[in-house]
Design a protein around this ligand. Structure first.
Ligand code: CAA
Length: 268
């Protein structure tokens, strides 16, 4: 849910300070109904630390009320090279090593909060991806509603190759998008998927030349904002429910949402 105290024009009023975000490798810009989150450690290919994931969660918690679209992008040559590998060599802050299962579970759950808010029905989230989109970066793109990719994109789910599983919410959307067989093949070979295949598999809804990425995202955002806000929220909620519901449940959900729309449009 959006912060109950939100509603000001400044994104960071109730949320993380700009310097805090900068330290986490993030930049947030809010322009009216559009928030843009930039992964901003280009010299490290936007490798992500625990601070990055906590920063993303904090952005989600403090998003101003009027924001309807959130764009995630990466600065420099790549969207993200995934987890900052220096953390494996002890260079990062407190790594949960799994010896205390309950503590490790809480630790990972907190990091996952950096991703789960992107599914909230009150916003539409767009990943604008280019270059390498690896591991935790790939999962971040998968956490978004829509992916727009540049034709130089290279998706890779690297975790199993490093002895890990993808644990930043990515396994469910990956299976939903490409199916279990392809998801297994991609994860267990950790192979790279390039633009043409990504479009074919549905990992990217739109693929454009690298120098057209910003314009394509801008056009998409404009179209998304042109839709009635209440209808957008209700439709997103409905579509995400569809995968879990039976046909009967989904028909009921459609009726329920439509009653809400009719009341708003024509109610007295
Ligand atoms: N962590 C830390 N530093 C990284 C990094 C990472 N994941 N990826 C790149 N960098 C650093 C490089 O060390 C290099 O630093 P220096 O300039 O000091 O040498 C700098 O960023 C630029 O990298 P490259 O010179 O390698 O750039 P490139 O364009 O030739 O290659 C790349 C880019 C293919 C992404 C390559 O850097 C690479 O393979 N990086 C590692 C990717 C990886 O294995 N990530 C882990 C995924 S698993 C995961 O994400 C798990 C999880 O969430 C739980």
């Amino acid at each position: 849910m959006a912060d109950a105290n939100a509603g000001t024009e400044t994104a960071t009023a109730a949320g993380p300070a700009e310097e805090e975000l900068a330290g986490a490798g993030l930049r947030l810009e809010v322009d009216g109904a559009v928030a843009t989150v930039t992964l901003n450690r280009p010299e490290r290919r936007n490798a992500m630390t625990f601070a990055t994931w906590r920063g993303l969660a904090a952005i989600g918690r403090s998003l101003p009320e009027g924001v309807r679209v959130v764009v995630l992008r990466g600065a420099g040559p790549s969207f993200s090279a995934g987890i900052d590998l220096s953390m494996f060599s002890g260079g990062g802050e407190g790594f949960a090593d799994g010896s205390d299962a309950a503590a490790t579970d809480r630790f990972i759950a907190e990091l996952q909060e950096g991703y789960t808010w992107l599914r909230r029905p009150d916003i539409v989230t767009v990943a604008a991806v280019h270059g390498h989109v690896i591991g935790g970066g790939f999962q971040l793109a998968l956490a978004c509603d829509i992916r727009v990719a540049a034709d130089d994109v290279k998706f890779c789910m690297k975790e199993p190759a490093l002895g890990l599983v993808p644990d930043l919410t990515g396994t469910k959307p990956l299976v939903e998008i490409v199916g279990i067989g392809r998801a297994l093949e991609l994860c267990l070979t950790a192979r790279t998927v390039q633009a043409e295949e990504a479009a074919r598999l549905g990992l990217a809804e739109i693929v454009v030349p690298r120098d057209g990425l910003d314009a394509a995202v801008g056009g998409l955002v404009e179209s998304l904002l042109a839709v009635n806000p209440g209808a957008a929220v209700a439709t997103k909620r409905l579509l995400w429910e569809a995968a879990e519901n039976t046909l009967e449940q989904q028909c009921a959900a459609e009726r329920r949402e439509q009653i809400g729309r009719l009341r708003e449009l024509f109610g007295k």
